[in-house]
Design a protein around this ligand. Sequence first.
Ligand SMILES: NC(=O)C1=CN([C@@H]2O[C@H](COP(=O)(O)OP(=O)(O)OC[C@H]3O[C@@H](n4cnc5c(N)ncnc54)[C@H](O)[C@@H]3O)[C@@H](O)[C@H]2O)C=CC1
Ligand SMILES: O=C([O-])CC(=O)C(=O)O
Length: 353
Amino acid sequence: MDANQRIARISAHLNPPNLDQIGSGSGLEGVGCRAKGGSPGFKVAILGAAGGIGQPLAMLMKMNPLVSLLHLYDVANAPGVTADISHMDTCAIVRGFLGQSQLEEALTGMDLVIIPAGVPRKPGMTRDDLFKINAGIVRTLSEAIAKCCPKAIVNIISNPVNSTVPIAAEVFKKAGTFDPKKLMGVTMLDVVRANTFVAEVMSLDPREVDVPVVGGHAGVTILPLLSQVKPPCPFTQNEIEYLTDRIQNGGTEVVEAKAGAGSATLSMAYAAVKFADACLKGLRGDANIVECAFVASHVTELPFFASKVRLGRCGVDEVYGLGPLNEYERMGLEKAKKELEGSIAKGVTFVKK
Ligand SMILES: NC(=O)C1=CN([C@@H]2O[C@H](COP(=O)(O)OP(=O)(O)OC[C@H]3O[C@@H](n4cnc5c(N)ncnc54)[C@H](O)[C@@H]3O)[C@@H](O)[C@H]2O)C=CC1
Ligand SMILES: O=C([O-])CC(=O)C(=O)O
C-alpha cells in the first residue's frame, strides 16, 4: 500500500460516510488492526454500550488483550462513545452501531455478547419494578442474537436478572438455538461485593478472599455462603447477619447513595469485565476457570440457579453443587428458592404468552 492509499484509509476512518456506523462495509476494515504478531483474539459485542455500565465496560474491554474486535451497540450515543474509545492505543478494533436497523450487523460473527441494556432502579424501586421495560428490551435483543450469532456466549446484566435470563432462554428455545451452556446471568457483582465486605470485616486483602454467592440476583435470592469462604473465616453470628444483609442489599446501598441518578455502574463494569474475561479464557481453553453465575441448572429443583460454574471452550462446562450448608444458609436457601421460582416463571410466561 502506498502513502496516498494509507492516508485515504485514515481519512476514511476520521470522516466515514456515516459516522453512526463505523463498521464492516464502510471500507474501514483493518484500520487500527492489531499489532503484528498479536493473537487473533475474540469478537465481543456490548448491547447498551453508551449507558452508565456500558461506557466503562466498553473502555475496560478495549483494554482486554483477549479482544480483537469490539462492537458497541446502543439506541443512543453509540457514535460518540465509539469515537472516544477507538482512540485508545490498545489492540482491539472498535466499531459503533446505532439503533435497531444496525443491531444485526452489530451481532454477526460475535463470540461473546454482553447485555447491560435497559433502565436502572431509582430509590424505592425493586429490581422487579424494571421488568415492565427491560423484559421487552432483552426479548428483542435475544431474538437478534438467535438470528445473527446463535453460538455466541451471552452474558446478561440487565435487571431483573432472575427473570431476564429465563426470557432469553425462552426466546432461544422458540428459535431452536437454546444452548444452556452459553447463557449466563451476571451475578459477579455480588461476589465482588461479598469479597470486599468480608475483607473489611476480617482485615484481609480483598484479592485473597473468595466468597461463593449462589441463588439469584435480587434481595433474599442473593445467598452468600459464608461457611465456605476462602480463606476460612471464623465469623460470629452477628458478623454473619451483618455481612449477609449488606451483600443482599449492596445494590440498594448504591441506588440510595446515587439518590435518583441510577444504580451501580463502575463496580458493575469492573465485575462484568472480570466475568467476561473468565468466559474468554474458558473459550481459549484455559483450565480451571471457575466463577459464580446464574445459569440453567439441576442444582435445585428450579430450572435456573446461580452457583459456581466451570467455564470452558463451549461456555459452562460444569455446574457445581452447593456443598455443605449450615442451618442459617439452609434457611436462606428456602427463602431464595421461593422468590426465585416466581421470578423465573414471570420471565418464562412473558415470552410464552
Ligand atoms: N446484574 C447486575 O449485577 C447489575 C445490573 N444492572 C442493570 O443493568 C442495566 C443498565 O444499567 P445502567 O447502565 O446503569 O443504565 P443506563 O440507563 O445508564 O444505560 C442503559 C443503556 O441501555 C440503552 N438501551 C435502552 N434500550 C436499549 C435497547 N433496546 N437496545 C440497546 N440499548 C438500549 C440506553 O440507551 C442506555 O445507554 C439496568 O437494568 C440495571 O438494573 C445494574 C447494576 C448491576
Ligand atoms: O441494585 C440495582 O438495581 C443494580 C444491581 O443489580 C446491583 O447493583 O446489584
